[in-house]
Design a protein around this ligand. Structure first.
Ligand SMILES: Cc1cc2nc3c(=O)[nH]c(=O)nc-3n(C[C@H](O)[C@H](O)[C@H](O)COP(=O)(O)O)c2cc1C
Length: 208
């Protein structure tokens, strides 16, 4: 059975972002998919210190929510990342979490489907949405889309429940994501995964 990992980057386990993720979860279950939800926005999460020891140690430099999430991400066919907007960006704890989750894990993320969801009261949603999508698009992860950019509006969960278009966007997003996951599973059987080249890593240390 396909399974989807949902990350709530908000410190509120029953807040606006959680409400959007719940709306998606209902659809995933209707589509016969398993889900796993992690709340990381209220956890103590260190940012990446660029020590490059994760590969050597076989685990992350800090023992926090990233260690818990890594094996779940490895097993998952899809990843949904939800965040409240803080000063026009995703929540800072979530960014620390994602930097380390993506940088420290060497398992292939290729063709796992990604979706970003943002919740704001007034503004900064599309800028935050862009930031989150970049984790997927550097990792060979196809990005699921919907009938609007994946956002809900509100200060409380009750506000989000009144954002009917936002919730509709979440349901359409979840349906599209489920479809993509099923289609990719079929395509893997039929064609195999496309090869990935990794030979070049150009950072121009000679300044040319
Ligand atoms: C530190 C902080 C900064 C915020 N910055 C913004 C902002 O830039 N734009 C906005 O519309 N809402 C902002 N908000 C409001 C939250 O993004 C909004 O209420 C969100 O829906 C809360 O989601 P949650 O209940 O999942 O935590 C901010 C809230 C906090 C605590």
């Amino acid at each position: 059975m396909a399974n989807i990992l949902l990350i709530n980057g908000s410190p509120h386990p029953n807040g606006c972002t959680a409400t959007a993720l719940e709306e998606m979860t209902k659809v995933f279950h209707q589509e016969g998919m398993e889900t796993h939800l992690l709340h990381v926005g209220n956890k103590d999460i260190r940012g990446c210190i660029s020590c490059n020891t994760c590969d050597k140690r076989g685990k992350r430099a800090f023992d926090d929510a990233v260690n818990e999430a890594a094996p779940l991400f490895e097993q998952a066919d899809g990843l949904v990342v939800g965040s409240p907007v803080y000063y026009g960006s995703p929540n800072g704890s979530l960014l620390s979490f994602l930097d380390r989750l993506f940088y420290s894990t060497s398992f292939p993320k290729h063709m796992k489907v990604g979706a970003a969801v943002v919740s704001c009261r007034r503004g900064g949603n599309t800028a935050s949405f862009d930031v989150l999508n970049k984790y997927f698009t550097i990792s060979g992860m196809p990005v699921a889309s919907s009938t609007y950019w994946n956002q809900v509006h509100g200060f409380t969960a009750e506000d989000v429940k009144k954002d009917l278009e936002g919730l509709q966007t979440m349901r359409n997003l979840a349906r599209n994501m489920a479809f993509l996951i099923k289609a990719i599973a079929d395509a893997k059987e039929k064609y195999g995964l496309p090869p990935v080249e990794r030979s070049y890593f150009t950072s121009f240390p000679d300044g040319k």
